[in-house]
Design a protein around this ligand. Structure first.
Ligand SMILES: [Zn+2]
Length: 316
């Protein structure tokens, strides 16, 4: 009996991961396959979480653990939805209600305020807020990396004032539009005193080493490998040293990363458009002359050591 229990624990999937935060966008909207999740897939994911002992917690519970520098339980999952598409209200929400799963919806306020037809109304948001949290994703969903400090501030103030006006709520949590940010953008947002800020990088939340102003969320859109994402752990003690700015010629020449763990001898390095490449690690140091061409205006660089993963983003 003890042996069976031991085997069960050994094979139980949540023992392998940390806490995880996922992000959805649209539901059953086949016009946009790269940001869509079918409700059949959503049901499969929710059923998997339920069947395998995962606990879907409010996002703020993970934030509280991170701020206290405490380990996030391995079976904790938080679910978020970005932008405020109407299909969340019409197609997604009924399934969240069916499973009684908490969620956090991050809205780009302008879409709602100007009554764009694909987005939720203020009235629908009030209904949604009975079942989950509604938090902030900017006013105009701009590219903050390309906006001046003053433009970012104007955008933030406008959106926050409208949330206060319509929902009588002062958001505590923020998501960068397009997951784009850098040190300057982070500094502009500092005075807003958000409890936490989220990116859109594949990863996990360890808790003790996680940065509450840069928390990883894996996107469950298109054909995302949900069960694989659940197995990832956060790679703690990573310092990305090169590149630090978006390369103008769109060539990532050298990737330089330092790991606190000096016993690692091999890692996989990710560059957008180029997939993963195995590299050597010497005394905690990755120095890879990659010379890889990228096509997008937003590139991600990542490091993976076994199932431990950490990504960062550079925007044009
Ligand atoms: Zn967005």
């Amino acid at each position: 009996m003890t042996k069976v229990l031991f085997l069960f624990l050994l094979l139980s999937p949540y023992l392998f991961g940390d806490g995880h935060i996922f992000v959805y966008h649209r539901f059953d909207d086949t016009r946009y396959p790269t940001t869509n999740t079918s409700t059949a897939e959503l049901e499969r994911e929710f059923f998997y979480l339920k069947k395998n002992g995962y606990k879907v917690v409010p996002l703020i519970d993970i934030v509280t653990k991170v701020k206290a520098k405490e380990k996030v339980p391995n079976n904790w999952v938080a679910l978020t939805i970005d932008d405020g598409f109407k299909t969340f209200y019409t197609n997604g929400l009924p399934i969240f209600k069916k499973y009684n799963y908490p969620f956090t919806l991050f809205i780009a306020v302008e879409y709602t305020e100007k009554k764009y037809k694909d987005y939720v109304s203020w009235k629908q948001l009030k209904e949604i807020a009975k079942y989950g949290d509604v938090e902030f994703h900017s006013y105009g969903h701009g590219h903050f990396g390309q906006m001046s400090d003053a433009e970012i501030k104007t955008d933030m103030d406008k959106g926050l004032a409208l949330m206060k006006k319509h929902l009588n709520y002062e958001p505590r949590l923020f998501v960068y539009p397009y997951g784009e940010y850098d040190a300057r953008v982070e500094k502009v947002l500092e005075p807003y005193n958000f409890k936490a800020v989220f990116n859109q990088n594949i990863g996990a939340i360890h808790g003790e080493c996680s940065d509450e102003y840069d928390l990883d969320r894996s996107a469950l859109v298109g054909k995302a490998p949900f069960q694989l994402y659940l197995k990832f752990q956060e790679l703690c003690g990573v310092t990305f040293q090169q590149p630090t700015v978006f390369p103008k010629d769109k060539i990532v020449k050298t990737v330089e990363v330092t790991l606190d763990d000096k016993t690692v001898t091999s890692a996989d390095v990710f560059i957008t458009n180029n997939g993963w490449t195995k590299v050597n690690v010497n005394n905690g140091k990755i120095l890879w002359h990659a010379n890889k061409k990228v096509k997008l205006n937003r590139i991600k660089i990542g490091v993976k050591v076994k199932s431990k993963i950490k990504l960062m983003v550079l925007s044009k």
